[in-house]
Structure formats: C-alpha cells, structure tokens
Ligand binder design. Structure first.
Ligand SMILES: [Zn+2]
Length: 354
C-alpha cells in the first residue's frame, strides 16, 4: 500500500507541473528576440489507427496527453500489482500506444515486465509458456482472446494453466462480457480486471474494485451518439466504438462519481435490431449462457448478419449440431436478429477464425 501511495504522490506532482506548464503562458520562457514564446503542447508519440474503410490514419499524442494517460493507468494498476509481480505484456507495440504505455506503467508500479507483444514472431505462444514457467510470471496484460488461446495451448501441451504462477490477468484490447471474463479467470484460476482505451486514447476508462470501468472524465469529455448507448465520441470525435454510458446520477457500488462505461465492441460489429442497436457484446452475453463453451469467442458482421464462432474443449463429448442450433435460436429469441453460428474444438480455433 505504501508503494501505491508513493506512486500516487509522485504522479500528482508530475500532473501539477504539466498543468502549470500548459495553463500559465505567462511563465513561458522569453526568447532572445524578447517576445514570449507561445506555448504549444509538445508532440510526444506517433501512432496509427485503422479507419472503417481499412486505411491507416496517423495519430499524434502530445506529451501532456501521453503522461496523463499513463497517470490514470498507473493509479489503476497500482491497486492490482505490487513490486513482487512479474508481468507479461502481450499487447500491440508497433505503431500503437498501448504497448509502450503498459511497459511504463508496470515500471512505475515497481513490478518487473516481460514485453512480448502480439506479433508472435520472436515470442510465439509456446515460448511464452516457457517464459511463464521459467520466470514464475504472476500477471498477464493481454486480450481475453489471447488469454483463452494461451490456456488451451497449455492444456494441449499437457500442462494445467490453473496450476501456473499466473494470479492476475488484465484484459485489454477487446470488449468482453463478464461471463466470458469469468471463464478466462476459471481457466487460469486467476482474478481478472479490465481496462478500456481506443487507438487514439490508450486510457479511456479504468476498472474499480467492483469490476466496473469508470470513465477518466477528469480529462476526457465523452458523449454517446444517440443517447446512452451508441457510438462513443471523445472530445467530439467519433471513435468507431459502441459503448453504454451510465447516466451521471447512476452510481457504481464503489461510490466513485465517475461515470461507468460499458464497451460493446466496434460499430462495424453492431447492427440495427428490432429494438435498437445490437452489439457483438449483446451476442456474446447470450452465447455464454451455454455452460460448456470454452472462453474463446469471435463475432463479426458480414452482409448484415452476425457470424459467431465459439469453441468447446472436446467436440466429441458434446452434440455440436444441437449446441449450434440452440445458440442460434437463443440469439434470435433474445435479440431479434439472425446469426450464423460455428462451434469448433479449441484445438481447431486458430484455423477457424481470421
Ligand atoms: Zn465502481
């Protein structure tokens, strides 16, 4: 706890310096010509995001934004990790912000970091399993899909992920239902937490002790197109992400006054149903009503229809056809939309999904 308190103090001082720097131009250094230099926020990082048509768009974060994103994430992860943790960061590094941010945040907390990224070239999953054993890794920062695949790979190699040294999994990078998160937690016998960001803003919302994601509304202005559920706009700019934003007067049990944000997946993976927008996460919640599914899940929209892929540990032990039909009709009954459903064995997962 002492460590967390000192991190908080350190960052508060950092924040104070930044705020003074940006809000008090009178203090700006006077140039040789005698005119005061006009303060412009310094650009710190270049990244890219993929637009809806598949093209790459540049994003530049200012130094101030970059540090403020790190502060919020450090304060959140400081409640989960300690100096004794050995943390694997398996999040994207190339041309994105999240990898570098997670690295810095783990260092600020005082824990050790092993950066493996997501490209799978230098550190493919079997090698990562070796590293987890060798260095007694205690925490993973990765997508829920990555955690699920790593667990099933461990099982296929005759290991028991629940017996590993992993005790904490911080899920990032994709919307995930509480139901699927529970299955990831069970597979690893670990506690799970989440954090939410976009390619342009790596820390948008951080989890409280009750598992809710709270918007970082002290530095971000968030709105939702069309009410409380729809596309997220950050400082007026569309994000391509569907979320639900609790009304300001609805409080989380943790007592925080920051609004709760529920990520629902991308706008490209949502369709209009008879009762409004239906997101991939709505589909996921229905799918994981089926107890025997592994924590693997994929849902894309093609030609206006959801295409869902899910997995079972052993396809010979269940009636896959009946399960597929039950999931399909469950989605239709609950959400009023059509879905194509595929159920595969976990060992066939990588070839069944894009
Ligand atoms: Zn809360």
């Amino acid at each position: 706890m002492t460590t967390t308190a000192s991190i908080a103090t350190h960052y508060e001082q950092f924040l104070h310096l930044l705020t003074r720097d940006t809000r008090d131009p009178v203090q700006a250094p006077v140039q040789a010509s005698g005119t005061a230099e006009v303060h412009r926020p310094a650009s710190a990082r270049y990244g890219e995001r993929v637009d809806p048509s598949g093209g790459s768009q540049p994003i530049v974060l200012t130094r101030d934004e970059w540090i403020r994103n790190q502060i919020d994430l450090t304060l959140a992860l400081g409640r989960l990790l300690t100096v004794d943790d050995v943390v694997v960061s398996a999040v994207p590094y190339e041309l994105s912000f999240i990898g570098a941010e997670v690295d810095r945040v783990i260092e600020m907390v005082g824990a050790s970091v092993i950066s493996v990224g997501t490209s799978g070239t230098i550190c493919p999953m079997p090698r990562l399993l070796g590293l987890i054993e060798q260095y007694e890794v205690t925490a993973l920062v990765c997508s829920p899909s990555f955690a699920a695949e790593l667990a099933s790979l461990a099982v296929s190699l005759g290991r028991r992920p629940a017996d590993s040294t992993i005790r904490t999994i911080v899920c990032v990078g994709e919307a995930c239902s509480a139901e699927r998160l529970d299955r990831v937690a069970t597979a690893w016998a670990a506690r799970t937490s989440t954090l939410y960001g976009t390619p342009s803003t790596p820390t948008v919302a951080v989890a409280c002790d009750h598992g809710a994601l709270h918007l970082c509304d002290h530095r971000l202005r968030a709105e939702v197109r069309g009410g409380l559920r729809g596309e997220l706009l950050l400082d007026g700019a569309p994000t391509g992400e569907v979320v639900e934003l609790w009304p300001a007067d609805r409080r989380c049990d943790c007592g925080s006054t920051s609004r709760v944000l529920v990520p629902l997946g991308s706008t490209a993976s949502a369709i209009r149903g008879p009762d409004g927008l239906v997101s991939a996460l709505d589909v996921e919640r229905v799918v994981f009503g089926h107890r025997r599914l592994a924590p693997h899940f994929d849902c894309v929209v093609r030609d206006g229809t959801f295409h869902v892929t899910c997995a079972v540990a052993d396809p010979r032990a269940v009636d896959v056809g009946a399960m597929r039909r039950a999931i399909r009709s469950g989605i239709g009954d609950a959400l009023g939309v059509e879905a194509e459903v595929t159920v595969v064995g976990v060992t066939d997962w990588s070839t069944a999904t894009p």
